[in-house]
Each structure stands twice: as C-alpha cells, then as structure tokens.
Design a protein around this ligand. Structure first.
Ligand SMILES: [Zn+2]
Length: 57
C-alpha cells in the first residue's frame, strides 16, 4: 500500500501536527472562531493540575 505515502510539504519541510496556536486542543476548533474563554480556563486548570502532580512526585 503506497497510496498514503505522499506527505504534504511546506517549503520543503514535512508538515507536522497542527500547532496549538491554530487549533485549540480543548475543543479542537480554530482559535479564530468562536469564544474560547472557557477553553482557556479549562486549559489553564489542566496545566495547573499537571504541575501540582509533578510537584508531588
Ligand atoms: Zn475553544
């Protein structure tokens, strides 16, 4: 199966996973669309939770 071997390239570089700058990982929607205040708060809470766990161990 070679049908999916072709990689999308931008300026000679393989395209990686979309950055968080473009897609909000909480709701998987473009940051340019809609209101993401809730997503932002959720994301912040997740980050703090993760940091708290790291501090424990
Ligand atoms: Zn969002």
């Amino acid at each position: 199966m070679t049908a999916f071997r072709r990689k999308t390239k931008i300026r000679g570089r393989p395209m990686g996973p979309l950055d968080l700058n473009v897609i909000f990982d909480i709701c998987n929607k473009s940051r340019a669309h809609g209101n993401h205040q809730k997503c932002s708060a959720t994301r912040k809470a997740m980050a703090e939770e993760r940091r708290a766990k790291e501090n424990k161990s």
